[in-house]
Ligand binder design. Structure first.
Ligand code: SAM
Length: 272
């Protein structure tokens, strides 16, 4: 059996009882390392915190392993119980449904154990799910690559008075050449987009496009480390949030659309 298990958002304590029971009975544990991170990170220390809790070693599954070499894991799951651990929820803004499809084709039994996900950002600040439009992802700009397809989606949402949840890029660095030569992949720590960088990029695109989808006075809500003991939620204009220190990752941002009076009252608790 392949167990696909959500770990939740905060720290190692957020796995569900159902998830922990499954982990206990699995002979091999993989942890997906590229779509999110627990508040203590997927550093060696983070991994050993989980290894201590589970009493078993963990194998880090990078994008290449999950997207191109998953069959090895799936074939193992035909022989014995294997867990594939995902921070947040396995299907919360990730592509792991592809793994389920491949498992089914190989006739591997799959059980999914759900958990809290970044979707918690939707309600945490009092905005209502019914009033959200399409979610967007903001990729890190580089000197030569400045994609802006999120702009039309935000514009469309705002035209309809809807809120937009913006997920922020995680840039996973390639394993160092030296470590590959030594036959053991060693990863540099990934970079995480902050709310400040996200706002700078959003305003840069608005300035270029000039179609007035939003501006620096547009109301937003910034979220950091949702689900952890020190989560931070602040509401304010883009200009105001730009100056807030949100601290350690992960961060995400909601661009607020037309608000209901009850949403307004809730947002007031978080104003900067
Ligand atoms: C691909 S999505 C989420 C994947 C994960 N499976 C889940 O269910 O939450 C990852 C992005 O969501 C946002 N995110 C995830 N966890 C977060 C948290 N605890 N606090 C704030 N933002 C978070 C960040 O912008 C991050 O880059």
């Amino acid at each position: 059996m392949l167990y696909i298990i959500g770990l939740g958002l905060g720290d190692e304590k957020d796995i569900t009882l159902r998830g922990l029971e499954a982990v206990k009975k699995c002979q091999k544990l993989y942890i997906e390392s590229y779509t999110s991170l627990l508040s203590f990170g997927i550093s060696k220390d983070g991994i050993s915190t989980l290894e201590k809790l589970y009493g078993k070693p963990l194998t880090v599954a990078d994008r290449e392993m999950v997207e191109e070499k998953a069959d090895d894991m799936l074939l193992e799951a035909r022989e014995f119980d294997v867990a594939f651990l995902v921070v947040g929820d396995p299907f919360g803004a990730t592509t792991h449904s592809d793994l389920v499809v491949r498992a089914k084709k190989l006739e591997v039994e799959v059980k999914v154990i759900y958990n809290a996900s970044v979707m918690n950002a939707v309600g945490v600040c009092g905005l209502q799910l019914y009033r959200y439009g399409e979610t967007v992802s903001l990729p890190f700009f580089t000197e030569t690559w400045r994609p802006d397809s999120f702009y039309e989606k935000i514009q469309r949402n705002r035209g309809l008075g809807l809120h937009t949840l913006c997920l922020l890029d995680i840039r996973v660095k390639e394993p160092s050449l030296e470590s590959l030569c030594r036959g053991k992949k060693q990863y540099e720590p990934p970079s995480f987009m902050t709310i400040g960088v996200a706002i700078d990029q959003l305003l840069e695109v608005e300035q270029l496009r000039g179609e007035l989808a939003y501006n620096e006075d547009t109301l937003c809500v910034g979220f950091a480390r949702l689900g952890s003991e020190n989560q931070k939620v602040v509401a304010g204009s883009m200009k105001q949030l730009r100056t807030v220190d949100f601290g350690q990752p992960l961060h995400c941002l909601t661009i607020v659309g037309k608000t209901h009076p009850v949403e307004e009252e809730m947002l007031d608790f978080y104003r900067s």
